[in-house]
Design a protein around this ligand. Structure first.
Ligand SMILES: Cc1cc2nc3c(=O)[nH]c(=O)nc-3n(C[C@H](O)[C@H](O)[C@H](O)COP(=O)(O)O)c2cc1C
Ligand code: SF4
Length: 480
């Protein structure tokens, strides 16, 4: 079977071309022909939340660079990224990047950590982003900045980039094999989770102390918080029914309210999930499991379908916990990247897209809109827009204007094009040479022990010696 090839977005030169392609796919996306600037711009409107007002409708999604010091402090590369987040023009910086609350929970030995030793560095990141923003835009009064707190669970590699040391919520029939879980000792006990709850609370307290307005209690991408939500089979107080599976977030929230009053809380949530995928014929992705599949939070049991009944209930719970900040995402970059970060070119440990990536973008947008309709008072940020490339502003504006989301989250696009929000809001034409074409180098690099960055398009990373090393690795490993 020949590998499917889809038209590249860059080849859809006019709005009519783009809309025709959507029609061919049977995909519905919100779309405004005209992107507005100035006072008329839906993306320039302010956004009220329970703690104040956010200055516009662009959000920078959390993105780590695998480039911290091994003791968990930021490096110059980390600081450069946060500076770029600050100058982007977005008024919501959702979490910056994943920051581990304990050493064992790091996704790689260069992930940031938050503790007394690293706190000055974590504070500096905030200052850098705020200063950069103030310098360019005059004020930070309407800028909301949080810190994403994490435990990497099944994907922890705290000591050696090449050695996975998974700690899991439950045994999984596919992921255990793929990520080297060989016995029940990998399952975090209830006592260990109790201690981890305390670590999240202590981390939140530190973040509050150095000025972060909110912390994101991460529940996405297959990391621990997310995995616990699908722990239907897990015994004990952190598994089983909805109450058990959400005990983790409830206890962390209660603790933060008691120990860091005034600190706001957000949650980044994979709002649906599918079975893991693997390379099939001609390296095209295929599901690793069939129905019935009982491990997908927000799944319908078929392995490939969505049922938002529980995610809606989860948002209701968050509302009752006084949380009105939600960042929506989907799946996991480790086991089904095409639903999480739709891309034309796969990362080295991935597979060729089993669908036109526009389908993946539309799936996330539709699911997020369904949640927003059910919870109109929750501020909801959307993700997965980078694949839209030249048409990102048209779709983002229409999604905001029609109330499908409150804020357009930008991930990969700001690595290649850091000030896209500023350009769009100023009514400037997108700079084509900076548009992320989803080459996936920013994922392939860290999967092979190299710092992450936009090697193809960011002049700074283009010049780095790592680029040659990466190109060599790509030739040998990236599925074609
Ligand atoms: C290099 C890289 C690092 C990322 N790191 C994080 C992270 O630390 N925390 C997180 O929640 N998501 C992380 N993500 C996921 C992004 O926030 C985002 O959900 C994803 O890239 C899809 O959005 P996009 O289409 O705009 O890129 C990362 C993505 C990339 C490409
Ligand atoms: S490496 Fe650059 S162009 Fe490629 S996906 Fe990442 S941000 Fe986009």
């Amino acid at each position: 079977m020949p590998a499917p090839k889809y038209p590249r977005v860059a080849s859809l030169k006019t709005a009519a071309d783009f809309l025709t392609r959507l029609k061919e796919l049977g995909v519905v996306l919100p779309f405004d022909e005209q992107v507005e600037a100035g006072d008329a711009s839906p993306l320039g409107q302010s956004l009220p939340w329970s703690g104040g007002v956010i200055g516009n409708r662009f959000c920078i999604l959390p993105m780590e660079g695998w480039d911290g010091e091994t003791d968990g402090r930021p490096t110059e590369l980390t600081k450069r990224r946060w500076r770029n987040f600050g100058v982007s023009g977005a008024k919501l910086l959702w979490g910056g990047e994943a920051v581990a609350v304990q050493p064992e929970g790091r996704a790689n030995p260069n992930q940031l950590m938050i503790n007394d030793h690293t706190l000055a560095g974590i504070e500096e990141l905030r200052t850098i982003a705020l200063d950069a923003h103030r310098e360019r835009f005059g004020t930070t009064d309407d800028l909301l900045l949080g810190l994403q707190l994490t435990h990497s669970g099944r994907f922890a590699r705290p000591n050696d980039k090449k050695r996975i040391e998974p700690r899991v919520g439950y045994r999984h029939p596919v992921l255990d094999k793929k990520f080297n879980v060989t016995d029940d000792a990998a399952i975090l006990s209830d006592d260990e989770l109790d201690r981890l709850v305390d670590d999240f609370i202590a981390a939140a307290k530190l973040a509050h102390k150095v000025g972060y307005t909110f912390v994101d209690v991460k529940h996405c991408h297959g990391y621990l918080g997310h995995e616990l939500l699908s722990g239907f089979d897990r015994l004990g107080k952190y598994g089983g029914d909805f109450e058990g599976r959400t005990r983790f977030v409830r206890r962390i929230t209660d603790g933060i309210r008691a120990e860091a009053p005034g600190l706001a809380i957000g949650v980044r949530l994979s709002v649906f999930d599918f079975t893991p995928f693997e390379p099939g014929d001609e390296n095209v992705g295929r599901p690793s499991a069939d129905a019935p599949y009982g491990y997908a939070f927000g799944g319908d049991g078929t392995a490939l379908g969505i049922d938002l009944t529980e995610p809606k209930r989860f948002l209701e719970l968050l509302k009752n916990l006084g949380i009105d900040l939600l960042c929506s995402t989907a799946g996991s970059p480790y086991y089904n990247p095409h639903i999480q970060r739709p891309a034309y070119f796969p990362p080295s440990d991935g597979y060729l897209p089993p669908e036109d990536p526009l389908v993946g973008v539309a799936r996330q947008i539709a699911a997020t809109a369904e949640l927003k309709a059910a919870h109109p008072n929750t501020v909801i940020v959307g993700s997965g827009y980078s694949y839209l490339q030249d048409w990102l502003p048209n779709v983002g504006q229409a999604a905001v204007r029609s109330g499908m989301i409150d804020s357009v989250g930008l991930g990969r696009m700001v690595l290649s094009y850091p000030d896209l929000p500023a350009d769009v809001l100023a009514g400037q034409t997108m700079q084509r040479k900076k548009i992320c074409r989803t080459f996936s180098d920013c994922t392939t690099a860290p999967r092979n022990g190299i710092v992450s960055g936009c090697y193809p398009l960011d002049p700074f990373y283009k010049e780095m010696p790592e680029r040659e090393e990466l190109n060599k690795i790509k030739k040998e490993t990236v599925p074609t």
